[in-house]
Design a protein around this ligand. Structure first.
Ligand code: 5GP
Length: 121
């Protein structure tokens, strides 16, 4: 597994060095709008900790952070009204998953019917 790069863009957003359109923040997580939205609502939720990916987070993070992070994901989905009509929660992991930013994040996508889970290409 690759080691955590503290200069990745989401680490810099967490430190306040780069602005974001913040939606929600608590002790465990920060949620903000994706800079290149791929749906009418496209939000990212990141944990407050140095975790590269979902597997890194699940294996290494303290239980309190894991619980707090996933609780925050649910709060954000509710606050944005995504639960009303449904939405997609997506983790990209590593090269085959197409992960570009090496700080764990879930994509919350919604606001329209999203179609098939994978594009046919
Ligand atoms: P990944 O491919 O790693 O799962 O997704 C990374 C996401 O981060 C992409 O959807 C991309 O648009 C978003 N992103 C990259 N840089 C920035 C940034 O500086 N600010 C925000 N808000 N989103 C970003």
């Amino acid at each position: 597994m690759m080691s955590y790069d503290p200069e990745n863009i989401f680490a810099r957003i967490l430190r306040g060095e780069i602005p974001c359109r913040k939606i929600y923040e608590d002790d465990f997580a920060l949620a903000f709008h994706d800079i290149h939205p791929q749906a009418p609502i496209h939000v990212l939720v990141i944990p407050k900790g140095p975790y590269v990916s979902l597997t890194d987070f699940c294996g290494e993070a303290p239980a309190e952070l894991i619980a707090g992070y996933f609780r925050a994901v649910g709060i954000v989905a509710n606050e944005l009204g995504l639960n009303d009509e449904g939405f997609r929660a997506l983790f990209n992991v590593g090269a085959h998953g197409g992960q570009e930013v090496p700080h764990l994040h879930v994509h919350l996508l919604g606001g329209k019917r999203l179609g098939p889970m994978l594009t046919k290409s």
